[in-house]
Design a protein around this ligand. Sequence first.
Ligand code: 13P
Length: 343
Amino acid sequence: MKTTELGITARALVADGKGILAADETVPTVTKRLGARKIESTAESRRAYREMFFSTPGIAEFISGVILQDETIRQTSSRGAGLADLLSKQRILPGIKVDDGAKPFAGSPGETVTEGLDGLRERLIDYRAMGARFAKWRAVIAVDDTLPSAACVLANAHALARYAALCQEQGVVPIVEPEVLMDGSHTIERCEEVTGGVLHAVFNALHDQQVSLEGMLLKPNMVISGKACAKQASVKEVAAATLRCLQRHVPAAVPGIVFLSGGQDYLAATVHLSAINQLEGPKPWKLSFSYGRALQDEALKAWSGKSENLKAGQRLFYHRAMCDSAAALGRYTAAMEGKSVGA
Ligand code: 13P
């Protein structure tokens, strides 16, 4: 029963032209993002910020699910409804970040392992009762000439698989997120090599822990040049390398792959997703988005913490989600940027 329900939820999250909003920044991270716009971070300002996105009129056309964080799933909107209920009422699935963050990996400076397995079963039971239908766990893999170490990749893959098995036990769809960072001067070829190795280790671990591939989603990085690499790969090169890497390492039973934006600017994240979807060749999974910064940044700038700017922020969020939805169908064009939109 649970396996069928998991498959239905996973497929709903990647329904045609729909993707996920990652609004699960921890309190310290959202405080940094608000601080950059000179907005004081309080429980109330964080609620108002999140509510701006969740109450954008018509957003369910493009957004299938929203990843929340512990504080947000417990908050109520300005109208008194739970923030998770605000989403459910629009048939947007609430999700929850359940990892405890990336912690220094013993014996390997510069590397991290994501923690949070202790007590996870109980937390999943609580979150499911609060309405969460899917979850997220992010592993972080740093790249340079010698990193990542095999030990770091294996430890993170093992934790991701243990998390995914616990989620499925509780009827919660796991989003499995192994993020190979863009930070550094590595080439796109190095990113492809590392991403391939990481995906191989992750699917090996998922198999070992008997995770049902039909009832999960993968959230990977795109294969892209390091931010500080002198030679930045073209859109065509990013699309070809990303699809090739996924074809080689992601089983066809996985219903969907939802990319993170990972520090790409919002336009690059849209253009790359559309280019990947436009490529010929086998694509047995849906290829969509689970963006955080790329969906939120422009709206945050416009809003700047002022209620009189709420509608302007919502218009920009609606527009970005519309463009990313088109990209998930391989139908984004630059001309869409000029169109006025009706949030
Ligand atoms: P970005 O799209 O900003 O990378 O965030 C996605 C995410 O959920 C990272 O864990």
